[in-house]
Design a protein around this ligand. Structure first.
Ligand code: HEM
Length: 539
C-alpha cells in the first residue's frame, strides 16, 4: 500500500513537471551515451585518441567546417600513432599497409551515407552522382555506360581535342605574362587552369566546349582592357564550382541537418555573381543534354527528316558522356546532374593541381630548367604517349599531385559485415579489430607528408620519383584508390602532362615569380585555396 502511494506520488510529480522531464530525458541520454563511448565497453575503446572525438562526431564536423581537418588528424597521428580514433565510430590509419584492404581488395569497403550530401539538384529533383552514390549496384550501370570515355585508347584517339584546349591555355598564359610585364595586375593562374580544366572536360566528354578560356571575346577590340579584366575577374563557372567545393564544410552532417544548414548557407551567402554562375552552368548543361537527346532521336529509324536535319546541324556525337547515359536509359534530369558533377569535379581538382605544379616550377627555377632541358633535348616533339614516359616530366607531375592537396582529407569507408582486423606492423605489432559499421579511412595529407616514406616531405623534389621506393608508389594516392578511385584519372593525367609540357616548351614561366611563398588551403574534401587566387607576376 505504502509502495503504491510512493509510486503514485512519483508519477504525479513527474507529470506535474512534464517540461523538466522532456528536457532531462535527452540530457540523461546524451550523458549515458557519452559515458558508453569513452568506456571500455565500447568496441573501439582499444583505439587511442583524445576525449572529445571519442564522445562526439561534432569534433570532426567542426574541424571540417573550419578547414583544418587533415592537419588536425595528422597531429593526432603524431601524438597517438598510426591508428587513431577521430570520432565515436571512426578511425583514421596513417599506415599505407591499410590501403589495400580498405579500398582495393574485393572491391574495397563501401562509402558512408554522408557522401550523398554531394548529390546534385536538377530543377525540383536531386540526383546522386557517380561520385556521391554509395550503393555499388546503383553506381555500376552508370559508371559502365561512360567508362570507355576514360580509357587510354579513347583519349589517344581524341588527343587533338585536349591539345586545342591546352594551346589556348598557353596563349592566355602568355597574354597574362605580357600584361603583367606591362605593369598589369598579377595573373591569377588558378583562374586560367580552371578555364583549361572546364574546357578540356566539356570538349572531350560533352562534345561542346564550355568556353572558359574564351570568355569576354567581344572585348577583343580593346585587347589591353580585356586582358586586364581577364586577370581580375573569375571564370564564369567559378561560382558554381566553389559552391560545390563548399559542401565539404558540412558534408559529415546527417541528411536532415545538412539540408537545414545548406538552405541557411544559401540564403546567407546569396549573391548575384553566384546565381549567375549557377544559371550559366545550368543553361550550358541543359543545351548539351538537349543536343544529345536530339542526336539520339535523329539516329533512330523513326526520326522525321526535320529531326535528322536538326541533329546534323547540332553535330552532337552519340558517343558523348550525356548521350551514353541517355542511351543507357537514364533520364534527362539525371543526365544533367551527372554532367554538372563532372564540371565540378573536373574543373576543381585538375585546375588546382595544374596551378600548383606551375607555382612549384616558378618557386624552383632549377626544376623548371631541368624539365626544359629534357623537353628541348628530344629530337622531335613528343607524342601523347611518349610524354608520359619522360622521366623528369613524370617526376614533376607526380610531385605536384603529391603536394597539391586537391583532396587532402580522409577518404572514409565502412567496415563490412564480419569486421576487419588491421595487422599494424608499425607500432608494436598491435592488431586492431574494427567491428562492422566502423568508419575507417586513410588521409592523403598524412600519407603524402609522411617523412618515413617521403624524405623532406614538404619540399617539391621531382627527382625523388626517378627511382621511387615501393612505399612511395603505394602511398601516393591523389586519385584515391580501388573501385571508387577517380573515374577520370587518365583524362586528368593527360591534361596535366600536356599542359605542363606545352607551358615549359613555350617558356612562359621564364622570369615569373610568385606573389605568396605558399598556397594556403582550407582542408575541405575538395580543398579551397584561401583567397581563391594563385598569383604569378613577371618583372
Ligand atoms: C588531377 C585531377 C583530379 C584529382 C586529383 C581527382 C581526385 C579524385 C579522388 C581523390 C577521388 C576519390 C574520392 C573518394 O574516394 O572518395 C575522385 C573521384 C572521382 N573523380 Fe576525380 N580527380 C581529378 C580529376 C577528375 C576529373 C577531370 C573528373 C571528371 C571529368 C573527375 C571525376 C571524378 C568522379 C566522377 C569521381 C567518383 C568516382 C567514383 O566514386 O566512382 N575527377 N577524384
Amino acid at each position: 500500500m505504502a509502495l503504491y502511494s510512493v509510486g503514485g506520488a512519483l508519477v504525479s510529480a513527474l507529470l506535474s513537471h512534464a517540461f523538466l522531464v522532456t528536457l532531462l530525458f535527452p540530457l540523461v541520454w546524451l550523458v549515458l551515451r557519452s559515458l558508453y563511448r569513452i568506456s571500455p565497453l565500447h568496441p573501439l575503446s582499444h583505439v587511442p585518441g583524445p576525449l572529445l572525438p571519442r564522445i562526439s562526431s561534432l569534433w570532426l564536423t567542426y574541424h571540417a567546417w573550419i578547414g583544418d581537418e587533415a592537419s588536425v588528424v595528422e597531429a593526432l597521428h603524431r601524438q597517438y600513432g598510426p591508428v587513431v580514433r577521430n570520432g565515436p565510430n571512426s578511425v583514421d590509419i596513417s599506415d599505407g599497409a591499410a590501403l589495400a584492404t580498405i579500398y582495393t581488395e574485393r572491391g574495397g569497403f563501401v562509402k558512408p551515407a554522408f557522401y550523398e550530401n554531394f548529390a546534385l539538384p536538377d530543377a525540383t529533383q536531386v540526383h546522386n552522382s557517380i561520385f556521391s552514390e554509395v550503393d555499388p549496384s546503383i553506381r555500376a550501370p552508370r559508371a559502365k555506360a561512360v567508362a570507355v570515355l576514360f580509357s587510354t585508347s579513347n583519349l589517344r584517339q581524341s588527343q587533338d581535342v585536349i591539345y586545342k584546349c591546352v594551346d589556348r591555355f598557353v596563349e592566355r598564359l602568355a597574354g597574362g605574362k605580357k600584361a603583367s610585364q606591362q605593369g598589369g595586375e598579377p595573373l591569377n593562374v588558378l583562374n586560367l587552369t580552371r578555364g583549361l580544366a572546364v574546357d578540356a572536360v566539356t570538349s572531350y566528354l560533352f562534345g561542346t566546349s564550355y568556353g572558359g578560356l574564351n570568355e569576354r571575346k567581344s572585348q577583343r577590340e580593346h585587347e589591353k582592357v580585356a586582358v586586364q579584366r581577364e586577370l581580375a575577374e573569375p571564370m564564369s563557372a567559378t561560382g558554381m564550382v566553389d559552391s560545390f567545393v563548399a559542401v565539404g564544410r558540412f558534408w559529415y552532417l546527417p541528411k536532415w541537418a545538412f539540408n537545414i544548414v545548406e538552405s541557411l548557407d544559401a540564403w546567407w551567402n546569396a549573391d548575384e555573381q553566384l546565381s549567375q554562375s549557377l544559371a550559366q552552368v545550368d543553361e550550358f548543361v541543359a543545351s548539351v543534354v538537349r543536343d544529345a537527346e536530339e542526336a539520339i532521336r535523329a539516329s533512330t529509324s523513326t526520326a522525321t527528316s526535320d529531326e535528322k536535319t536538326t541533329a546534323v546541324s547540332s553535330r552532337h556525337p552519340l558517343t558523348s558522356y550525356p548521350a551514353r547515359l541517355l542511351q543507357a536509359g537514364f533520364t534527362p534530369s539525371e543526365t544533367r546532374a551527372q554532367c554538372k558533377d563532372l564540371i565540378f569535379a573536373g574543373t576543381d581538382s585538375t585546375g588546382m593541381n595544374l596551378a600548383t605544379i606551375l607555382f612549384m616550377l616558378v618557386r624552383r627555377p632549377e626544376c623548371h630548367a631541368r624539365l626544359r632541358e629534357e623537353m628541348l633535348g628530344l629530337a622531335h616533339r613528343p607524342g601523347f604517349d611518349e610524354l608520359q614516359s619522360l622521366p623528369y616530366l613524370r617526376g614533376v607531375v607526380k610531385e605536384g599531385l603529391r603536394l597539391s592537396m586537391a583532396n587532402p582529407s580522409r577518404l572514409p569507408r565502412v567496415v563490412p559485415k564480419g569486421g576487419w582486423t588491421f595487422k599494424n606492423n608499425m607500432s608494436n605489432n598491435t592488431d586492431y579489430y574494427f567491428p562492422a559499421g566502423t568508419e575507417v579511412s586513410c588521409t592523403p595529407y598524412s600519407l603524402h607528408l609522411n617523412e618515413r616514406v617521403f624524405r623532406d616531405p614538404r619540399s617539391f623534389v621531382p627527382e625523388r620519383w626517378l627511382e621511387p621506393s615501393d612505399e612511395m608508389l603505394r602511398d601516393a594516392i591523389p586519385f584515391g584508390l580501388g573501385s571508387r578511385q577517380c573515374i577520370a584519372r587518365n583524362l586528368a593525367t593527360v591534361e596535366l602532362f600536356c599542359a605542363v609540357a606545352r607551358v615549359v616548351e613555350a617558356n612562359v614561366l621564364h622570369g615569373a615569380s610568385t606573389v605568396k611563398s605558399s598556397i594556403d588551403i582550407l582542408e575541405w574534401f575538395n580543398s579551397k585555396v584561401v583567397g581563391e587566387r594563385i598569383d604569378l607576376v613577371w618583372g
